[in-house]
Design a protein around this ligand. Structure first.
Ligand code: AKB
Length: 314
């Protein structure tokens, strides 16, 4: 892996579900004095790092912080996720798009050398093939989050083609983690279920029992993020965003797996507005380009992920 320890790194949205764990790994790779955490509020997770209060919509302040810390790489994780975005579509569009423009423009002006920006399986829609969804296929997202991610992918590629910006991106599936809480997504049930299983041995799921979705355990997602950012530039052939395949399961299957550890665990189903979002997304992902181009391989399957979540949350 090609790690230049001289390059200073900024994580925007460092207090979120991905940010907290990415910060830990980047600290190991670069040393905590070379990694700066930015978010709208402080967090104990930033104890070892320089911290900046930052709203990514404020481009002047962003530039000031980039200059102050001599930042070379930016991981832009601040965004509104699918469920929250539906409650405030115009703000979601503004945050998800303008935040990206601010970072890409600073890269174009020569202040930043490398950008990471996460996309999502939400770029797909009801007209997309649901099983083994390919990298290149019909993309007609019906959520504001998905629309912003698809537009963002196109802008990332545009800045690469027109301005040579080294921007890299992954379409994350639903992410499952124990170190920090998910923030307003449709796949969040697959995290909440563990907390409730341990606390009350029961869970009311907001998706129906047979709603299969692409998912991934956070250690794999962090490794993918680090691997794509440290792969030689010529291996990154897709400058929109890469499909990333992990695990695929539905609420009934994860509940059955949890029952192997907590036999009297009970689950009830009460689908809400998030059901429609989930129904518009793929059920599993074909990531052959990702495997071929930069050697991606997922490791955690459902049983290992469930054991690890329960062990760590206990
Ligand atoms: C969400 O559910 O909104 C996210 C995602 C799949 O991008 N976890």
């Amino acid at each position: 892996m090609d790690v230049n320890k001289e390059e200073k790194v900024l994580i925007i949205g460092a207090g979120g579900q991905i940010g907290v764990e990415l910060l830990e790994e980047l600290n190991k790779l670069y040393g905590s004095s070379n990694v700066v955490a930015a978010d709208v509020k402080q967090s104990p997770a930033f104890a070892n790092n320089a911290f900046e209060v930052l709203d990514v919509l404020n481009k002047e302040r962003l530039l000031e912080k980039v200059k102050k810390h001599q930042i070379k790489q930016v991981y832009l994780l601040a965004a509104l996720l699918s469920a929250t975005a539906e409650k405030n579509p115009l703000y979601a569009w503004q945050l998800n798009m303008q935040g990206l423009f601010n970072v890409l423009e600073l890269a174009k002006e020569g202040h930043i050398q490398k950008v990471y920006w996460p996309s999502s399986i939400a770029v797909f829609g009801p007209t997309t093939p649901k099983q083994n969804t390919p990298q290149y296929t019909v993309m007609e997202p019906t959520t504001v989050y998905g629309i912003s991610k698809l537009a963002g992918e196109r802008w990332c590629e545009y800045y690469f083609l027109k301005h040579g910006i080294d921007v890299r991106s992954i379409r994350y599936p639903g992410l499952i983690s124990y170190k920090s809480a998910p923030g307003g997504g449709t796949t969040d049930y697959a995290v909440h279920i563990f907390h409730e299983a341990l606390k009350t041995k029961s869970y009311e799921c907001f998706l129906s029992e047979d709603t299969a979705l692409p998912m991934m355990y956070m250690p794999d997602a962090i490794r993918a993020t680090i691997e794509i950012m440290h792969a030689p530039a010529e291996k990154i052939k897709i400058r929109g965003s890469y499909n990333l395949g992990g695990i695929s399961f539905n609420p009934k299957q994860i509940a059955n797996e949890i029952r192997k550890h907590i036999p009297d665990f009970k689950i009830a189903y009460k689908p809400d507005f998030r059901q429609q979002i989930a129904d518009s997304w793929p059920q599993s992902i074909d990531d052959r380009e990702t495997q071929t181009d930069w050697g991606w391989k997922n490791t955690y399957q459902l049983p290992q992920m469930v054991s690890s979540m329960l062990d760590n949350l206990k």
